[in-house]
Design a protein around this ligand. Structure first.
Ligand code: ADP
Ligand code: MG
Length: 607
């Protein structure tokens, strides 16, 4: 095994075939890498900001066999980051080497580069971080009576000291980039950096659910991820209650050369970007376009084109098949046979998704799937059963024609021909005739588009106080997205107050033209805000809020609305400046079927 320290510590049974970590006593000494090996190491910037520092430090803790890691932030990590673990520690004699470039305990034979099983191996991170900050490293191995430390300013040793602490290591990093003003400029607000750190911690936890992780900001605990026996359990801490009601599992078949275990949400839960898909290989959180795309393709036809699935997938592969030495931050890896792997994964997800029940139901209602977190994902209910046959609903309201008499008519504009409404289907699609064509309108998408455009034009929403304020649990990341965007959310009409623990109380919600957003939409909105990553233009954020509010305040699928109300929506749609044929989430608002197309169906070509 490479360098003697494997990447996945406890619970290796959770994933077949992962290398098992030897006991901490087998820790190898830190040594300088030979020049020939150094030359083969992918060089580049490891330190981009607080999040990448936290990533490197927590990964070091994992490599040291820690079971518990605590991250402390001050000023979003810009002022101070401290990562403490209960791992194997560093002997006093090796403290100096630990902060030197190209000195590592994880790679002893250059040949090991071809099968790395630890998260670190280049011996670069501590040195690189020390170079651009004030760093203190305090550590106590199991056989030492006390802890010893070393302090550096901009890479220069300024102090050595003895300290008291339990077995393990603490690395403290202050004043990131204090000595490199040019790079300091690219740091963002403390709140924004903290969102990034939380995203990083989340990714690491989903790759290592058996690691207890907590994040404090000053004296506040902003995230606590307990040691989880199963990925399913870990996912509930990261993704929150909506995810739990929608989740299902996928697993590779026994005896396959690649192992994977994933937990994903049914299409009722989705995101606007791919960041909700968290992948890891042998305990390392990675990004992979090919694999993410495979996950997405598995959802084809179940999610609108602009939406992305949410979930975590852990892969276990023979380390010889994974080249982690291709990217400076090791976020991207090269996997031998990635295409076939992607294919296997896509197929497994598809089967679990389609085999599970109620997929098509999302179009009609947002009824949560009742299957709990323990669901096998193998319940077989045919898809067609979910898409109920066209028959009158008990209320008789599902499908109806507009009142007899002249069909409500929406006057044309220069760009859009006039339109006459004929009736509605499933309380969702309206059937209309326009300029000799058959037109189908999605009432939700139309309403959403109009609200969105008006919202962006007027920039201001109403605020509706809730008679019964709604209490909601937020995930750590949602909480920090709230902290980052408080002003924006307030001006959009949300009044949100902390309510102890992970709960908040929503006291008012955005309203617009007599419709109001649902308080329950807040977590999803916060997820989308957090997904924004690094919005450079503030407008981008405001647009996101507008899109989300519009979505949640819009007429829903299943709402019984009158032809007049739809008529008003369509008139507004016709007035908007934008092309108006896509809702803010990119789904079509109306579909036009030409007369000649209909004729074709009935073999009346040429008439
Ligand atoms: P790498 O992880 O690539 O080896 P680093 O610069 O991150 O390089 O760390 C250098 C060395 O310091 C590691 O190889 C390891 O021996 C030691 N080390 C760093 N962090 C810890 C920790 N939290 N616990 C124990 N040892 C550590
Ligand atoms: Mg490291």
């Amino acid at each position: 095994m490479a360098g003697g320290v494997a990447s996945t510590p406890r619970g290796p049974a959770a994933i077949r075939g992962l290398p098992v970590r030897p006991p901490a006593a087998a820790r190898a000494p830190i040594r300088r890498l030979p020049p020939a090996t150094i030359e083969r190491i992918a060089a580049g910037e490891v330190v981009e900001g607080p999040a990448s520092i936290v990533k490197e430090l927590v990964e070091n803790s994992i490599d040291a066999g820690a079971t518990e890691v605590e991250v402390l932030l001050e000023g979003g990590g810009l002022e101070r980051i401290a990562v403490s673990d209960d791992g194997a520690g560093i002997p006093l004699t090796e403290l100096d080497l630990a902060v030197q470039r190209h000195a590592t305990s994880k790679l002893s034979d250059p040949a090991d580069l071809a099968r790395i099983s630890s998260l670190g191996f280049r011996g670069e991170a501590l040195a690189a971080i020390a170079q651009v900050s004030r760093l203190r490293l305090v550590s106590r191995p199991p056989d030492a009576a006390s802890a010893h430390g070393i302090a550096l300013d901009g890479g220069r040793v300024v102090e050595r000291f003895e300290a008291g602490r339990a077995v393990g290591t603490t690395v403290e990093v202050r004043d990131v980039f204090y000595n490199t003003p040019a790079r300091r400029k690219f740091l963002r607000s403390p709140a924004a950096e903290q969102v990034d750190v939380l995203a990083t911690v989340e990714r690491i936890y989903l790759a290592h659910p058996d690691l207890a992780l907590s994040v404090r900001s000053g004296s506040d605990e902003v995230a606590r991820y307990p040691r989880a026996a199963k990925l399913e359990e870990a996912a509930t801490w990261v993704y929150g209650p909506d995810f739990v009601t929608a989740q299902f599992s996928v697993r590779s078949a026994a005896g396959e050369p690649v192992g994977f275990h994933g937990v994903l949400a049914r299409p009722t839960v989705s995101r606007g970007t791919s960041v909700g898909i968290q992948l890891s290989v042998n305990g390392r959180a990675i990004v992979s376009r090919t694999l993410s795309q495979a996950v997405r393709t598995a959802y084809q036809d179940y999610l609108p084109r602009t939406r992305f699935p949410v979930g975590a997938i852990r892969l276990s592969l023979d380390p010889a098949r994974v080249d982690v030495n291709v990217h400076p931050t090791k976020r991207e890896v090269r996997i031998q046979g990635e295409r076939e792997l992607a294919d296997t994964l896509r197929r497994a997800i598809r089967i679990a998704l389609v085999g599970g029940s109620q997929v098509a139901d999302l179009v009609r209602s947002r009824r949560p799937v009742t299957e709990g977190p323990q669901g096998t994902g193998r319940e077989r209910a045919p898809l067609v059963a979910a898409a109920r046959p066209l028959r009158p609903a008990p209320s008789g309201q599902q499908t109806r024609l507009v009142e007899p008499g002249p069909a409500p008519r929406i006057a044309g504009t220069g760009r859009h021909p006039a339109l006459s409404l004929l009736g509605s289907l499933f309380r969702l699609y309206w059937v209309a005739e326009s300029d000799g064509d058959l037109v189908l309108v999605d009432q939700h998408a139309a309403s959403e588009r109009v609200l969105y455009d008006e919202l962006r034009a007027t920039g201001r929403l109403g605020r509706q106080e809730l008679m019964d304020p709604v209490r909601l649990p937020l995930t750590p990341r949602q909480r920090s997205a709230w902290a980052t965007n408080q002003e924006l959310l307030r001006s959009a009409g949300f009044t949100i107050r902390p309510f102890g623990g992970d709960q908040v109380r929503v006291e008012s919600v955005p309203s617009y033209r007599g419709r109001r957003a649902e308080a329950r939409s807040l977590p999803a909105l916060l997820d989308e805000l957090a997904d924004g990553g690094r919005p450079t233009v503030p407008e981008g954020l405001a647009e996101r809020v507008a899109a989300s509010v519009a979505c949640h305040a819009a007429v829903r699928a299943g709402d019984a609305i009158s032809a007049e109300e739809l008529g008003r929506i369509l008139e507004a749609l016709y007035r908007t400046e934008s092309p108006a044929y896509a809702c803010p989430h990119g789904r079509p608002v109306l579909v036009r079927l030409s007369r000649s197309r209909l004729d074709g169906w009935f073999l009346r070509r040429g008439t």
